[in-house]
Design a protein around this ligand. Structure first.
Ligand code: F6P
Length: 328
């Protein structure tokens, strides 16, 4: 597509925040300044676009944000943006500010919003994959995933200490609504006895059998990782089912929850976010609209948003194999 002349770009973060979003905003804004573009911050995601929470950014706004978790632009999940009336209001506000393109940082819902907006109003947008879940195609890793895995592993290491002292069985629930990426990474990285993820059903009987085998092998403490969207239920549900079948086990449940969404981004996420922030602005300037910028094999790749959100990115079968070998 022949590139439009772009003078003002709006940047927003939307949906669940993820560590590295600030680094991505900073990179996009700095890249914009480099190419003499006026940069605008749209606060509270699409909700702020509808309610006109839009401010011009200068270099002070993005000083010392790269290393901070969360998003200084704030984030929200907007119900109103799902309606044509909400999107119309949002468009009027962008028009009033003379914003001619968008960088949207978020997960599948946020990128779907950018896609719809492009289709309805022709506002060019480049999406960046900002979610701890890693459930977007078109990128090897999403911004925040690496940090979330590190956070989960550090927490599980601590649980391991107390589990060992008391010879206990712990069920640790990690985030990942429909995706087991955090669970499989954190599980392999923390020597879990078993990993339960949404993509694969493990019957309770199989889990119980596995635990019995480990007990016979004199493994007195065990950690089972459960993804929150697991097919057999959450950690609490699975723990109570297992307790019925193995009443002599001393069982505890820990839900890591939103702990995994915060914290300073890892070096991997800082680099990923920085590269993609620049790629978003350069993509817009080169006429790449309605795409998501991602990194595949260390190279920037632009994937149509529709494909990035629809294509099923699944946990690598080989990761399962490795997890199974290491927990037997
Ligand atoms: O999509 C990111 C995520 O952290 C999921 O892993 C989790 O299910 C969800 O967001 C939680 O959303 P909220 O913060 O709105 O409760």
């Amino acid at each position: 597509m022949e590139p439009k002349v772009i003078k003002r770009i709006g940047v927003l973060t939307s949906g669940g925040d993820s560590p590295g979003m600030n680094a991505a905003i900073r990179a996009a804004v700095r890249a914009g300044f480099y190419y003499n573009i006026e940069m605008y911050g749209i606060y509270r995601g699409y909700e702020g676009m509808i309610h006109n929470e839009i401010k011009k950014l200068d270099s002070k706004n993005i000083a010392h944000v790269l290393e901070r978790g969360g998003t200084f632009l704030k984030s929200a999940r907007s119900e109103e943006f799902r309606t044509p009336e909400g999107r119309q209001k949002a468009y009027e506000n962008l028009k009033a500010h003379g914003i001619d393109a968008l960088v949207v940082i978020g997960g599948d819902g946020s990128l779907t919003g950018a896609h719809l907006f492009y289709k309805e109003f022709g506002i060019p947008a480049v999406g960046l994959p900002g979610t701890i879940d890693n459930d977007l195609s078109g990128t090897d890793s999403t911004i925040g995933f690496d940090t979330a895995c590190n956070t989960a592993i550090q927490a599980i290491d601590k649980i391991r200490d107390t589990a060992t002292s008391h010879d206990r069985l712990f069920f640790v629930e990690v985030m990942g609504r429909d995706a087991g990426f955090i669970a499989i990474n954190a599980g392999i990285g923390s020597a879990a006895a078993a990993i339960l993820i949404p993509e694969k059903k493990m019957p309770i009987e199989d889990l119980v059998e596995k635990l019995k085998v480990r007990t016979k092998a004199k493994k007195t403490s065990n950690i089972v990782i459960v993804a929150e969207g697991g097919k057999s239920g959450g950690a609490a549900e699975i723990a109570s089912k297992v307790k019925k079948l193995l009443p002599y086990y001393d069982i505890k449940v820990t839900i890591l929850g939103h702990l995994q969404r915060g914290g300073a981004p890892s070096s991997f996420d800082r680099l990923l976010a920085s590269k993609l922030g620049v790629a978003a602005v350069e993509g817009l300037l080169h006429g790449k609209y309605d795409v998501m910028a991602g990194l595949i094999n260390h190279k920037v790749v632009y994937t149509p948003i529709k494909k990035a959100i629809v294509d099923d990115k699944t946990v690598d079968e080989d990761d399962f194999r490795v997890a199974k070998i290491l927990s037997t």
